[in-house]
Design a binder for this molecule. Structure first.
Ligand code: ADP
Ligand code: ZN
Ligand code: ZN
Length: 742
């Protein structure tokens, strides 16, 4: 009987988002999830086998045979096939876009191979070696090689070639090829650490999660203040998973956090910990992926895409710092790793744990009474820091007052004094710059003109080292103007402060300070994060200046001072989440202080000291912030009380872009009326996008806001169909719950 494989070809096009049938030649083994090569028109393509059976719905003569498997094993586990299918429906992406997430990019198109090396092994036993040495006193090189190999196999490249050749000739030594696993540098350290004795709060939390794991699953929100030892709770749950013969996935928000977290996990779990993130080299990522796929690694720590780790039998899925927006993918497919984690954990009966000191409003709401069981998270709270340590004292400094008093430096008097004392005591400080606002734009003091990119409607950023203005969206550069391009005045001012400026001022104030800087510019190279953090950990540097990258997750015992140089540059972004993000950032960064024996303090400089996000962050009062913020969301009809979706239209021709958005607005209105969905809609509007020009393309958006209980899936599916039918010359892309609102 003929067998047929139904295949998703590895080409992304909406028209190809369906199964293609191939015949399986006699004797060829293929299984669902296997990566295969196949003819496609005149081309050779790769694809993923979805199913194998004896059903062929096209004329058998027209069916072409598969060329064969690319890998000797299914690269996509059945469970992940199912997950891809779910994503296909949930995120309205092509199936192949979801499948591509399941394997390292390098495995497609055969770009990486296992790396092998030649190894030498001793064949003789100890007596033979001794006899040879006794009988050949002058063959010192050969004797040395024999001694070396007696201690263990060695790479041939490191051995004396003539001695090796001679010994191989005698049959004393043999050479073999060994597959080499590239070890990510974060895993190379050999420190080990014992588990801590848990604090009562940690124990209660761990016990509840473990009980749920034994009962086949459960969902938790672990809300613990900074320094309350959430990681230790995760570790206990993972241990329990391993004891049950299962594995665990731990998601962390950013690569910068990974080295420390990874070192921690490696110290506890040794080689059964694997790491997956985009900072690895292609080879490292491929090797780590295979260690997981073949069950050698049973604990995976990684960024967003690690939720697709090829692990069977998962007992726990942990999402650390769950409030971070990096869990949402901002390119196709636009998935949310938290949602995927939720789905994957439910499917395999694993416990799901979201952890944070500052949970997202939407997750915390799920942990409140009255939520339906299928949406509910069980709240676990750690209200205190471990070992009786106290939360840092936070002091707010009104920078408007400083300016009036004639202090034009980026440092207030208080921060300068505190930094001096901290360094004098031999302790360490973190200085945080909230760079995601307009921190270093250049503007005219006279007319207010702001230098913007000619290609994008955003202000350009000043880079001192190159003395250039740069656009962070398209990379365009230009020299800073000497006079205002608009009014000709010479009063051009460089606003705000980047890490460079802060580093320079700190250096002036404290010439002996040993400063390390961590931002986009200093972390471009591979492993740069780790090197910088390593300098700080070892004490080689005593001041670490950085952006968002240093706000979260870092745990350095000697840090007793945190300075927030400018707290409010995220407050005024045109996004309903700007208060939430500001609150999270300040709370998190303040939480880096005083995490060990020595008490810590944080000094928060702001131009808006009365804003509730800033005040409540300084008070480290999450509950009060939650009440305030959720009331605002409710009254202003923002998520999680509503869902938001938009189609972004972009193209060179402004008129065509506008027309496409407006035409779809009319179509969408007709659709809502016809489907009786009108009552679910809060707002539907085609408007210019907040960034109306990006990389030379004009941007409009069709913005939809619906009540939470409305049928937003139907509306989004319709918007997706409209986006796919966008006219030539206009790109249209649907975003459900957009990562940012620009
Ligand atoms: P969080 O993630 O909640 O901010 P961490 O998990 O980073 O906190 O833990 C804070 C510090 O407390 C870490 O240095 C950790 O090693 C330590 N720690 C955790 N649990 C305990 C414990 N039970 N006893 C002593 N120290 C602990
Ligand atoms: Zn001007
Ligand atoms: Zn630009």
């Amino acid at each position: 009987m003929s067998r047929y494989a139904h295949v998703i070809v590895d080409l992304s096009a909406d028209a190809l988002d369906k199964l293609f049938t191939y015949s399986v030649p006699e004797g060829m083994e293929v299984a669902p999830g296997q990566q295969v090569a196949a003819p496609f028109g005149p081309r050779r393509v790769e694809g993923f086998v979805v199913s194998v059976d004896d059903v062929c719905e096209i004329e058998p003569e027209k069916v072409k045979p598969l060329y064969g498997p690319v890998q000797g094993y299914p690269v996509v586990l059945p469970e992940l096939m199912e997950l891809a299918d779910w994503m296909h429906g949930r995120y309205l992406c092509n199936l192949v876009d979801a499948l591509r997430l399941m394997i390292p990019a390098e495995m497609r198109g055969g770009r990486v191979r296992e790396k092998t090396r030649r190894m030498a092994r001793l064949v003789w036993n100890a007596e033979q070696v001794a006899a040879f040495e006794a009988g050949n006193p002058r063959a010192a090189k050969q004797a040395e090689l024999l001694r070396l190999l007696s201690a263990g196999d060695a790479e041939t490249a490191r051995l004396n070639p003539s001695a090796l050749k001679a010994l191989r000739g005698k049959g004393a030594v043999e050479v073999y090829e060994s597959e080499l696993r590239r070890t990510p540098s974060a895993l190379k350290s050999l420190e080990t650490a014992p588990d801590f004795a848990l604090m009562p709060g940690q124990r209660r939390a761990a016990e509840q999660i473990i009980a749920a794991m034994d009962a086949g699953g459960g969902r938790f929100l672990l809300h613990g203040v900074t320094g309350s030892g959430k990681t230790e709770v995760y570790i206990r749950c993972i241990r329990h998973a391993l004891e049950m013969g299962k594995g665990a996935i731990v998601l962390v928000p950013e690569i910068a956090l990974t080295p420390q977290m990874v070192r921690w996990f490696h110290a506890r779990f040794g080689d059964s910990a694997a790491v997956l993130h985009s900072g690895l080299s292609a080879g490292e990522r491929y090797d780590e992926w295979r260690r997981i796929r073949f069950g050698e690694a049973r604990v995976v720590v990684g960024a967003r895409s690690a939720i697709f780790a090829p692990m069977e039998d998962i007992g726990a899925v942990i999402v650390d710092e769950e409030h971070e927006h990096t869990y949402q993918s901002d390119s196709r497919p636009r998935y949310d790793a938290r949602e995927v984690a939720w789905h994957r954990a439910a499917k395999c009966g694993a416990a799901l744990v979201f952890g944070s000191a500052t949970p997202s409003i939407s997750s915390f709401m799920r942990a409140m009474p009255g939520v339906r069981p299928e949406n509910r998270l069980t709240l676990l709270e750690l209200r205190e820091r471990v070992a009786g340590r106290s939360l840092p004292e936070v002091e707010l400094i009104d920078m408007r007052g400083e300016f009036e008093r004639g202090n034009h430096s980026v440092f207030s008097g208080r921060l300068t004094a505190a930094l001096g004392e901290c360094l004098e005591r031999g302790e360490q400080a973190l200085l945080f710059i909230n760079r995601r606002g307009h921190s270093t734009f250049v503007s005219c003091r006279k007319c207010g003109y702001v230098v913007k990119c000619a290609q994008c409607d955003v202000s350009m950023t000043y880079h001192q080292t190159e003395n250039q203005l740069k656009c962070h969206y398209c990379g365009a550069t230009m020299p800073p103007p000497k006079t205002c391009p608009q009014c000709g005045s010479p009063y051009i001012k460089y606003f705000g402060a980047g890490t460079q400026k802060v580093a320079e001022e700190a250096k002036k104030l404290f010439p002996l300070a040993r400063i390390a800087r961590m931002d986009i510019d200093t972390t471009r190279e591979k492993d740069a994060h780790e090197r910088i953090l390593g300098r700080f950990r070892s004490g080689e540097a005593n001041v670490l200046i950085g952006t968002q990258m240093i706000a979260k997750g870092l745990d350095f015992p000697n840090v007793t001072l945190v300075g927030v140089v400018a707290a409010d540059s995220t407050l005024n972004l045109p996004d309903y989440r700007s208060a939430e993000r500001t609150f999270q950032l300040i709370t998190q960064v303040a939480g880096r202080a005083g995490r060990a024996q020595k008490p810590g303090r944080a000094i928060v400089q702001t131009y808006d000291p009365d804003h509730y996000a800033i005040k409540l962050a300084a008070a480290q009062d999450y509950r009060a912030f939650y009440r305030r913020e959720s009331a605002f969301r409710k009254s202003a009809l923002y998520p999680p009380f509503t869902s938001i979706a938009r189609v972004i239209y972009s193209g060179r021709d402004e008129e065509a872009v506008r027309a496409a958005a407006q035409a779809d607005e009319a179509r969408m209105n007709a659709f809502l009326d016809a489907g009786g969905l009108r009552a679910d809609v809060v707002q539907l509007k085609a408007v210019e996008a907040p960034i109306s020009l990006l990389r030379g393309e004009h941007r409009w958006q069709l913005f939809l806001k619906m009540y939470f209980k409305g049928d937003s899936e139907a509306a989004c599916a319709r918007m997706q169909a409209l986006a796919e039918a966008a006219p030539a010359g206009v790109r249209a892309e649907l975003e459900v719950n957009p990562v940012n609102m620009f």
